[in-house]
Design a protein around this ligand. Structure first.
Ligand code: SAM
Length: 291
């Protein structure tokens, strides 16, 4: 689909480019914040953006936390498997959030201080095999949670993308053991037809004395063994909240942009797209077609 027709079909895609965001997902975080105001806390100092590429959430964090330039005690660390182009006030780490080394790298950047806020918009590559995709997504959420409990300060906030699949009530229950308030939120910029939603977990409140530590040799069950994060019998439903004002665009609707409106270039092209090698081969005349 051409750029200009996508501009018409998806107004958030166009608005993101108009406002200098690298991806339309920026509006998901902005709309979540409109409801929960987690980024408006003046005491927010250390923030972690997990699975951050291409970086639109980090851009939102940077604009919110550094609305004045003299905040020398604020820090944002963004982590992704993919390389990211630099963003003002953000330290980027190309790393795997499922690896314990990543936790230590972030802590080092924070001078061993804990974070006030952690978010994760992680999504694994989709295979099309529904059960497998759901399983891998849940593993990614668990990895984000494990890293978060090792780095978040008591009272802190965790926001993560989830897919409302079969076992989501189990995840709500587990989060409910660790946070005072867990809400399932759906911003208007997230397509209604998608199972995507976000858990907004406020008031991190781990059991007294629990000292989680990440180790490549221990399973998820071993990680949580001293913390009763629930079992298969304990499933809960989190309160549901739709976010974004009624005036904001509906992501499932098609809008008509002015016919004179020109299509806009993406704010940031992909750093290492899978088609890069094919383009190199084509340019050097070495791309052959299978017969
Ligand atoms: N929030 C981002 C933004 O606003 O630009 C978009 C994130 S994108 C939907 C999901 C990201 O998750 C991808 O960039 C992918 O590389 C990353 N990801 C998936 N598995 C990961 C892992 N194990 N460690 C780090 N990043 C991972």
């Amino acid at each position: 689909m051409g750029k200009s027709s996508k501009d018409k079909r998806d107004l958030y895609y166009r608005k993101a480019k108009e406002q200098g965001y690298r991806a339309r997902s920026a509006f998901k975080l902005l709309q979540l914040n409109e409801e929960f105001h987690f980024l408006d806390d003046p005491n927010l100092k250390r923030v972690v953006d997990l699975c951050a590429a291409p970086g639109s959430w980090s851009q939102v964090l940077s604009r919110k936390l550094f609305d004045k330039d003299d905040y020398t005690d604020r820090q944002i660390v963004a982590v992704d498997l993919q390389a990211m182009m630099p963003i003002d006030h953000v330290t980027t780490l190309q790393a795997d959030i499922t690896h314990p080394r990543t936790l230590h790298q972030i802590l080092e950047l924070f001078g061993n201080h804990r974070a006030d806020f952690v978010c994760s918009d992680g999504a694994p590559d989709v295979t099309g095999l529904h059960d497998l995709d759901e399983y891998v997504q849940q593993q990614l959420i668990m990895s984000a949670l494990q890293l978060t409990v090792c780095i978040l300060k008591r009272g802190g906030t965790f926001v993560a993308k989830i897919f409302r699949g079969r076992d989501i009530d189990l995840i709500y229950a587990q989060l409910g053991y660790l946070f005072d308030q867990v809400t399932c939120a759906k911003p208007r910029s997230s397509r209604g037809s998608s199972l995507e939603a976000f858990v907004v977990c406020q008031g991190y409140n781990p059991p007294e004395g629990w000292q989680p530590s990440l180790d490549t040799n221990s399973s998820v069950v071993e990680f949580f063994q001293d913390c009763p994060v629930g079992s298969n019998e304990n499933r809960t439903i989190a309160p549901f909240m739709a976010c974004g004002s009624l005036e904001s665009f509906d992501s499932d609707a098609t809008y008509h942009v002015e016919p004179s409106a020109t299509s806009l270039d993406p704010v940031q092209g992909p750093t290492n797209p899978p088609y890069k090698r094919a383009l190199e081969l084509k340019r050097s005349g070495r791309l052959t077609r299978a017969v």
